[in-house]
Design a protein around this ligand. Structure first.
Ligand code: ADP
Ligand code: MG
Length: 344
């Protein structure tokens, strides 16, 4: 006979699941919500700079606050991940989309995109709230200038824009342009690592949502909590272990998750995180590189496989992958532009 399912809702263990409460982050959430609140009435939100280690609930808290904003017709949150959008142009395109501005396919210059956004926002009294998650990626690309457009929008373009930067790079604040940094000085929100007791509460709540009643032993909760605590107060690690344990219990057809089901560890968080943020084309190109290839070979292969990319775009994608830390490029003597790419 098949055992009763251990899971009640697998969805509640997925990486992008947003729970309806965030234990341990009440004060941070209040601070963020308070800073963004003016947007509800068409006013200027306080720019925020949210920082702290991986898995401490930064993204979850900001998403939570943005969800509250959605109740208003004025505030329009735009959640942008800078692993994916790491240029001024792409950030502005995302912003345009979020305020309902359809951009022509032929493409517009960034300044033109901004003008269109401004027109729409002024006309409809919309206050976009732009969340730049993993903003260090934008800064690393030298594209931090868009922060100037956004934080100065009221002054320069006559409509306010809310800006929330999120990063786990403690040094990122110092990398901001001085004029931009000034806008964030009083809006810095630090997320400290979770304490073991906070982690336990997070894990216990997730168990209640995701698993059948009594399917998970206290020992499992304790183990997942301890591992998350060992990873520097990382809730993501704790939740992933819980998911892994549930899967193993299910695989052995058990109706209870035991301590032995808790996996020894999770995949390197940063690597895994990076991978979830590549787009399809980037993934395909990365696969082509295999154990290492010359640029020319990659152009030819991309063509042969019908990727539909010009040589120039392949080159841009490859540069992007180098920039994001997936590939290493080495110049080759033989021909001026030929490079040899290897995976990192
Ligand atoms: P960060 O952005 O700081 O790296 P996340 O916000 O992505 O961290 O959180 C990592 C995982 O842990 C997510 O699945 C999130 O839902 C969960 N999580 C983090 N903090 C809490 C909390 N206080 N309560 C419930 N779940 C949380
Ligand atoms: Mg995050």
């Amino acid at each position: 006979m098949r055992a009763m399912a251990v899971f009640r809702s697998l969805e509640a263990l997925e990486a992008d699941y947003l729970p309806d409460s965030l234990p341990g982050r009440e004060s941070e959430l209040r601070e963020i919500a308070f800073a963004l609140k003016p947007a509800l009435a068409g006013g200027s939100p306080q720019p925020l700079f949210v920082y702290g280690r991986t898995g401490v609930g930064k993204t979850a808290c900001v998403r939570f606050a943005c969800r509250q904003l959605e109740e208003s017709s004025k505030a329009k949150p735009a959640l942008i991940n800078c692993w994916q959008s790491y240029t001024r142009q792409s950030v502005l395109s995302e912003l345009a989309r979020s305020v309902g501005e359809a951009l022509p396919r032929r493409g517009l210059a960034a300044d033109e995109v901004f003008q269109r956004i401004a027109q729409t926002c002024r006309r409809d009294g919309i206050v976009p709230v732009v969340v730049l998650d993993e903003v260090d990626q934008l800064l690393a690309k030298g594209e931090g200038g868009v922060l100037y457009d956004l934080t100065r929008s009221r002054e320069l373009h006559g409509f306010p824009v809310g800006v929330v930067c999120i990063t786990n790079d403690a040094a990122a604040f110092q990398k901001l342009d001085e004029r931009v940094r000034a806008a964030f000085v009083s809006g810095r929100v630090e997320f400290k690592p979770y304490s073991p007791s906070q982690l336990r509460e997070i894990v216990a709540e997730r168990v209640a949502k995701a698993f059948a009643p009594k399917a998970v032993s206290d020992e499992v909760v304790a183990l997942c909590t301890a591992r998350g605590a060992g990873e520097g107060g990382d809730a993501r690690v704790a939740i992933q272990l819980l998911l892994g344990a549930g899967r193993r219990a299910e695989a052995r057809n058990a109706n209870r998750v035991e301590a032995k089901d808790v996996p020894a560890g999770v995949a390197n968080p940063s690597v895994e995180k990076k991978f979830s943020r590549l787009n399809g084309t980037e993934e395909k190109l990365l696969a082509l590189v295999g154990n290492g290839k010359k640029s020319g070979e990659l152009y030819a292969l991309a063509e042969e496989k019908g990727f539909g990319l010009s040589e120039r775009s392949v080159r841009n994608y490859l540069d992007g992958l180098v920039e994001k830390g997936f590939l290493k490029a080495r110049g080759l003597e033989e021909k001026g532009r030929t490079r040899f790419f290897t995976r990192l």
